[in-house]
Ligand binder design. Structure first.
Ligand code: AMP
Ligand code: MG
Length: 480
């Protein structure tokens, strides 16, 4: 397998820039590994040869056993989990393989999940199981197809081990994912808590170079970094809200500085519109409910801002005022992004906040499926979704009056923007159960549907339907 000597060449700029924030560590051996899925399309985009990744040495690379030329490392970070601060989290069962520079000169992290216990594992076993790793694969592809910034899975492999979880023994698995980086708010929290000002500055400079290079030219680059991260998060969370996505664990260690969606655990897409919706079995207080996500993003950004204060100004008091101003701008930015998005989803050209909030109120009162609604609105059949259609019909007359004259163009634009297919919970569970039992058919079918979410296909008609009414409320588990 000599071709694999140069299979993938990785770099390690992160480990070199901030060596204090990672630890060299090797992936655990895997007794009988098998490649379950390879994302050929993503491999191509990255400039990797999918055929060579399908070879046994390719599989060894995807499991972290074949070097990409740099040492694999576990990254350390801290984080607020459900509001409580943990001073040392870190990659307990994950490793950074290294950084890949693609043909378009973009730098990506290649990262493993489920590659064995590291010194950051605390109580965990360092392992991952097939269902949740396929879930991350599916969710990432769906989000990507919806145009939402996200990490993506390159591959899932089973290890040949059986791993104990709540539901009994499960096939052990390793996910190889691709991210703009794994810099998190929690990475900054960890660096700030060390009290090492030089480390914090190197981390911030690294983040600027890698993600927000324009900040380097600003009067105050660190304030500008905060501003750009806040802007990216406002856009990201608004995009989530448009499609009914609930992340489920918006801890500060799960918020990426790059603005990508990261760490798909107990996430889910909402069916009937209700801002109080929570799916995660561990989110007892509903902290990360659908409707709380913008506020939580702002809370997380406040934690990020706190870490940057000493860089923004040597005098902490002088730093607080401009940082607070940036934080306060989040609500406005989020509102603008949300209004822009909802306006387009409704086919409108001008923002009409009452029209938007009134229809959301109706969807909520009558428990209408969010995804189905927008397609039906474009098709002129939305009234059928309401048990009591009268208030909707009155709203629809107001909307009519606000629509541009070319209705054909409105319908086409709405259908380019409003998905037919999202990974619906009952379908996801069905597909993962089948996959865990050895049948990948339903998973591939669902994946194909969500990869072209705007294109109705007769053969996938069932995948567009919400869960049958009367089905028990869906619960997602932390995905480990
Ligand atoms: P997450 O909820 O996936 O964002 O993970 C939070 C923290 O728990 C991270 O530090 C993970 O590395 C760690 N963790 C989660 N599952 C495991 C596991 N099975 N073994 C070791 N560490 C884990
Ligand atoms: Mg995490």
């Amino acid at each position: 397998m000599s071709e694999t000597a140069t299979l993938v060449r990785l770099e390690d700029t992160y480990a070199r820039a901030v060596p204090e924030l990672s630890l060299q560590w090797r992936a655990a051996p895997t007794p009988a590994p098998r490649l379950t899925l390879l994302n050929d399309e993503l491999a191509d985009e990255l400039g990797l040869d999918p055929d060579s990744l399908h070879t046994p040495t390719g599989l060894e690379f995807l499991l972290g056993h074949e070097s990409g030329g740099v040492a694999t490392v576990a990254q350390v970070y801290a984080g607020h989990q459900f509001g409580g601060y943990s001073p040392r989290l870190g990659d307990g069962r994950a490793l950074l393989l290294g950084e890949l520079v693609d043909p378009a000169r973009h730098r990506h992290d290649l990262h493993l999940k489920g590659s064995g216990r590291t010194p950051f594992a605390r109580g965990g076993d360092g392992k991952a199981v097939l269902g949740p790793m396929l879930r991350e694969y599916l969710m990432g592809e769906a989000m990507h197809a919806l145009g939402i910034p996200t990490t993506r899975a390159l591959a899932v492999a089973t290890t040949g081990e059986s791993v104990m979880r709540d539901r009994g023994y499960q096939p052990g698995a390793v996910l190889c994912r691709v991210a703009d980086s794994h810099l998190r708010v929690g990475t900054f929290q960890y660096a700030a808590a060390t009290g090492d000002a030089d480390l914090l500055r190197r981390l911030a400079d690294y983040a600027i170079t890698r993600h927000h290079p324009q900040a380097a030219g600003a009067d105050n680059p660190y304030l500008d970094l905060l501003d750009r991260v806040a802007a990216a998060q406002a856009e990201l969370v608004a995009a989530w809200m448009q499609v009914g996505f609930i992340h489920g664990v918006m801890n500060t260690d799960n918020m990426a500085i790059s603005g990508q969606t990261i760490d798909y655990g107990p996430c889910a897409f909402m069916d009937a519109y209700d801002p109080t919706t929570v799916f995660s079995s561990i989110d007892h207080g509903g902290r990360y409910a659908y409707g709380n996500q913008p506020g939580i993003a702002q809370w997380n950004l406040a934690r990020f801002a706190e870490t940057l204060l000493p860089l923004i100004d040597a005098d902490p008091q002088a730093a607080i005022e401009p940082a607070t101003e940036v934080l306060n701008s989040f609500a406005r930015r989020y509102d603008e992004a949300a209004a822009r998005g909802m306006r387009a989803k409704l086919g409108l050209v001008e923002t009409d906040r009452d029209l938007v909030s009134d229809v959301l109120g109706l969807l909520r009162e009558q428990r209408v499926d969010l995804t189905t609604f927008f397609r039906a609105l474009a098709a002129g059949t939305a009234a059928e979704l309401f048990a009591d259609p009268a208030p909707f019909e009155e709203w629809a007359r107001r909307r009519e009056a606000a629509l541009p004259a070319d209705r054909g163009a409105v319908t086409a634009a709405m259908n380019r923007l409003n998905p037919v297919y999202i990974p619906r919970n009952h379908r996801v569970e069905e597909a993962l159960d089948a996959a865990t039992a050895g049948d990948l058919g339903p998973f591939h079918r669902l994946l194909e549907a969500v990869r072209a979410p705007y294109e109705p296909r007769r053969e996938f008609a069932d995948l567009a339907d919400p869960a049958p009414s009367g089905a028990p409320p869906h619960v997602t588990f932390c995905g480990t």
